[in-house]
Design a binder for this molecule. Structure first.
Ligand code: GLU
Length: 252
């Protein structure tokens, strides 16, 4: 199984995200990628292969910015190629998503979106989520990125852990979860972290909120607000993780 990490804070995201992706390696994957926003502009690098291949790509073409999301992919729809690697973007390249899981009704949704003029460039099921959010943002749904993601997800059948960033609202990450793949939110002095797995961010934070099934959260620099996917507020306490890092490492 593959993974998601994200960061929003005072530091540059790239190094932190690469480090955290490395700590998810044990989950198994075939490709890796990252997107950040710097000075209002979204940047993305991704490739088939291991995180060392992504590292070398980023050495040549670094991604700046204090907000970012990253992914390791275990291909279910579309071969493990550079182009099928996450993050996926909308038609304009203004928003990026990373997804773990399977979108069961993606071919119907893709057909509808294509009829509406959206251009798909990958063979993945996941890309449809980026176009759905794009269309909701274009319709100016009240409540910004989180509301657009909620509306988009109401059309989706399947399983997901999902993280989204957008140039239009470059101060937040929206994350959501349904039907299996896990996601946690970590709170630290320098910023907020998201991860498929507590162990991947334990090096940075021990204050964790678990996102439960059918929940969505808006991550901002000053905290995270969680609701159900239908908007019902959720009051989720933070838990303090006491494990030692080496107990959580692969060899532990
Ligand atoms: N179904 C998606 C894909 O094939 C996500 C796979 C995953 O969970 O990594 O790209």
């Amino acid at each position: 199984m593959c993974g998601i990490v994200g960061y929003l804070g005072q530091q540059q995201a790239q190094g932190i995200l690469l480090d955290c992706l490395g700590r998810l390696e044990y989950r198994g994957y075939d490709s890796a990628g990252m997107a950040t926003i710097d000075a209002g502009k979204l940047g993305r690098q991704r490739c088939a292969g291991k995180s060392a291949a992504l590292q070398s790509l980023l050495d040549r073409h670094p991604l700046a910015g204090g907000i970012g999301i990253a992914h390791t992919r275990w291909a279910t729809h579309g071969r493990p190629t550079d182009n099928n690697s996450h993050p996926h973007t909308d038609c304009t390249g203004a928003l990026a998503i990373v997804h773990n899981g399977i979108i069961e009704n993606y071919s119907e949704l893709k057909e509808l979106m294509e009829d509406d003029g959206h251009r798909f460039v990958s063979q993945t099921d996941s890309e449809v989520i980026a176009h759905l959010i794009e269309s909701k943002l274009a319709a100016n749904v009240e409540g910004g990125l989180k509301a657009a993601v909620m509306e988009a997800l109401s059309a989706v059948q399947g399983t997901y852990a999902l993280a989204v960033i957008s140039q239009q609202q470059a101060d937040k990450i929206v994350v959501a979860r349904s039907g299996g793949p896990p996601l946690v939110i970590g709170h630290a002095e320098d910023g907020l972290y998201i991860s498929s797995d507590i162990t991947a961010i334990l090096h940075y934070t021990r204050d964790i909120q678990i996102l439960e099934d059918n929940e969505i959260a808006e991550i901002r620099r000053d905290g995270a607000s969680i609701t159900l996917l239908d908007g019902t507020p959720v009051d989720r306490a933070k838990i303090q993780i006491a494990w030692k890092q080496n107990a959580a490492d692969r060899n532990g």
